[in-house]
Ligand binder design. Structure first.
Ligand SMILES: Nc1ncnc2c1ncn2[C@@H]1O[C@H](COP(=O)(O)OP(=O)(O)O)[C@@H](O)[C@H]1O
Ligand SMILES: [Mg+2]
Length: 297
């Protein structure tokens, strides 16, 4: 194994971070407007590192990667993410990104946010592979966001229903919730709680013979569209739902939706339920996309 070290650093390592930033950014294609990384000085880097810290990657004694942290409200911002061409293929950028995500959790941030240039599609693609989605655009600058997952212990079926009821209070028309977990994990039970919270008509059950069922609101609110994608082999298309209800106007909950329902909405809530021997469940909630950026789960 090659020796790779990722250090969390402050302003005392400004010179080392600056050397990586300059070398990494000098090798990028020219952009318009140009990237300002080459204008960084030891002083500007020291200020940034003393304020929010950063990461420095050392490989076989050489400084080969770096980034700066910045405060972006509840999000941990990443700036000047740079890796030297000499270590390409070693996964340095991925490890740097993973470490930054861990630090966001340690600092109790909601997630990680950064800007990527649209002219650098491979960079954008890299962040997508790392679980980031586009959350905004300003000229040629894309904002990309990855939110931290939240976990809850749900001791009983009623706790799972109550959680669904609580979640329903946060949901708005157009929201998509994707539920995963083995058979019997509690996906339908959680959906029942959402249905109760939304005050919709009809019993929420496993839609065994139909792919989806629409539950209208009893209070003039958004209907609940409950989908069971278990028997669908391919990616779910809106046409498959065969609904006379518009997903934009409904709250859509898809059981077994992982890998099938992501195309339904750019922003979605991914919920995974894992069952334990004592019948309790661990819920892992992963918010994806700008819709959830400012919500506390
Ligand atoms: N903590 C819990 N959370 C959810 N369901 C639970 C829990 N403890 C027991 N159960 C029971 O487990 C079953 C879960 O079934 P269901 O919700 O249909 O699962 P799925 O839709 O994931 O296949 C229900 O009978 C429910 O009463
Ligand atoms: Mg079910």
């Amino acid at each position: 194994m090659t020796e790779l070290q990722i250090l969390e650093v402050d302003g005392s390592r400004a010179a080392d971070v600056l050397s990586v930033v300059h070398e990494a950014f000098a090798n990028r294609p020219p952009l318009d407007p140009p990237a300002t990384a080459l204008e960084e000085t030891e002083e500007s880097i020291r200020k940034a590192l003393d304020a929010n810290g950063g990461l420095l990657v050392i490989h076989e004694g050489r400084h080969v990667g770096a980034l700066l942290f910045e405060e972006r409200g509840r999000m941990l911002g990443l700036r000047r993410v740079g890796v030297l061409g000499s270590v390409r293929g070693l996964g340095v950028a991925a490890q740097l990104a993973s470490r930054a995500f861990e630090i966001a959790a340690e600092r109790h941030c909601g997630g990680v946010e950064l800007e990527a240039r649209v002219e650098l599609p491979r960079t954008v693609q890299f962040w997508r592979r790392m679980g980031y989605v586009e959350s905004g655009r300003n000229g040629n600058r894309l904002t990309m966001l990855r939110l931290l997952p939240v976990t809850r212990t749900l001791p009983t079926a009623d706790d799972t229903r109550d959680f669904g009821g609580w979640l329903a209070g946060l949901l708005r028309p157009g929201d998509v919730v994707i539920l995963t977990g083995d058979l019997g994990a509690g996906k339908t039970t959680l959906t029942q709680g959402i249905g109760t919270g939304l005050a919709v008509r009809g019993q929420v059950t496993s839609p065994t013979f139909v792919i989806s069922r629409v539950h209208p609101s009893t209070q003039g609110g958004a209907p609940l569209v409950h989908v069971d994608a278990y028997r669908l082999d391919d990616e779910l298309e809106l046409d498959d739902l065969d609904l006379d209800t518009d997903v934009d106007q409904a709250i859509t909950v898809v059981e077994w939706g992982e890998g099938k329902a992501e195309g339904l909405a750019h922003s979605r809530l991914q919920l995974h339920l894992a069952r334990h021997d004592d019948d309790s469940r661990t819920l892992t909630l992963t918010p994806v996309g700008p819709r959830w950026r400012d919500l506390h789960f």
